[in-house]
Write a protein that binds this ligand. Structure first.
Ligand SMILES: [Zn+2]
Ligand SMILES: [Zn+2]
Length: 349
């Protein structure tokens, strides 16, 4: 098998050849047909996340180099271990990558994605920037019949992240609209799920006018550019004092500042983006505005199953997907780093 692997953090990926694994136990071997390139791959490739104030979170630990990134994996089953049930050679599947130890209270309550001993595909164990990928159990393989090839892969991270964040907003009154802050690949997915889950189309915000236009074309009710000096005032005026909830798909100092400024009293901000930076707000504002700020990280296997039902039912409009050959993995990471990607890049080994 051939993989585009990290051989040195921050340096271009290199093409690495290795032996094709034979699935053992309940393992399943996929021939990768598509693998999405996610913004968190950029940070993993760098080896760190920016924590603000010049601080960096080192994420190089627990990973042997060369390492294969890629956690939005779509492929065809080509071999199964002796204990792998419910899956057959030839099946087309997407792989849930947020796998835990399977043996702790967190995993047992169905929150494997929050396990402290993660075994995530493409994060701790080899992922899909490769011709092949090994999945530890068939339960992580989901059918995507009816969903466009290549697009299906992107639901495993960007789709799931967007879906799980929107589910955390709970019931939203039909009189109100949520805000989607940041309209890149994940934000555009968020827009789609918000349209389906809530009765009123969301508003969108981004500093890129092209992305604002794309969001309007995808059904946003209204869009705002936080670079406009009066953008916050406009949102507050247009929404009768603010939105009930905003999801920050950027996760930068300025995006979170914006998101937390446009929620109404009693409102909620969910941070999803991992851009980085620090955030501060006068503590009395939490009780006085009765707002809460929380985070959301990918989603559970059950949420993924529920989400795929919506997707397969055709209730979610597709985001733009650009297919590129596997050897453009490094270029794709570089393009994401500079913000030059509309929608999602999907590698095609
Ligand atoms: Zn991702
Ligand atoms: Zn666990």
């Amino acid at each position: 098998m051939k993989s585009e692997a990290i051989v040195e953090y921050g340096a271009p990926l290199q093409s690495v050849e290795s032996d094709l694994p034979t699935p053992e136990g309940a393992q399943v071997l996929l021939k990768v047909t598509h693998c999405g390139v996610c913004h968190s791959d950029v940070h993993l490739h760098d080896g760190h996340f920016d924590m603000g104030g010049g601080n960096k979170l080192d994420v190089r630990g627990g990973r042997k180099l060369p390492f294969t990134l890629g956690h939005e994996i779509e492929g065809e089953v080509i071999a199964v271990g002796p204990d792998a049930e419910g899956v057959a050679v030839g099946d087309q599947r997407v792989a849930y990558p947020w796998i835990g130890c399977g043996d702790c209270p967190t995993c047992r309550r169905g929150e494997e994605h929050l396990c402290n001993k993660p075994q995530n595909l493409g994060i701790q164990v080899a992922g899909g920037y490769s011709t092949h990928a090994l999945v530890p159990h068939p339960r992580y393989l989901l059918d995507y019949a009816g969903v466009t090839k290549g697009l299906a892969a992107t639901y495993m991270c960007s789709g799931l992240t967007a879906y799980s964040a929107m589910k955390k907003l709970g019931d939203i009154s039909p009189e109100e609209r949520v805000a989607v802050v940041g309209l890149g690949g994940v934000g555009m997915m968020g827009l789609q799920f918000a349209k389906t889950l809530f009765d009123a189309a969301p508003i969108g915000a981004d500093v890129d006018e092209n992305k604002l236009q794309a969001a309007m074309g995808s059904g946003a009710h209204a869009v705002y550019n936080p670079k406009d000096d009066d953008a916050i005032k406009k949102v507050l005026a247009d929404t009768n004092g603010g939105v009930p909830a905003a999801v920050d798909f950027v996760g930068s100092e300025s995006s979170l500042q914006f998101a937390s400024s446009i929620v109404r009293k009693g409102g909620q901000v969910i941070v999803v983006g991992l851009f980085g930076g620090g955030f501060s707000m006068p503590i009395p504002m939490f009780p006085m505005r009765a707002i809460s700020i929380g985070g959301s990280y990918v989603g559970s296997l059950q949420e993924t199953i529920d989400m795929m039902e919506l997707v397969k039912a055709g209730e979610i409009d597709p985001i733009p997907v650009e297919e590129r050959p596997l050897n453009q993995a490094t270029k794709s990471l570089d393009d994401l780093r500079t913000g030059g990607v509309m929608g999602r890049v999907v590698l095609k080994p």
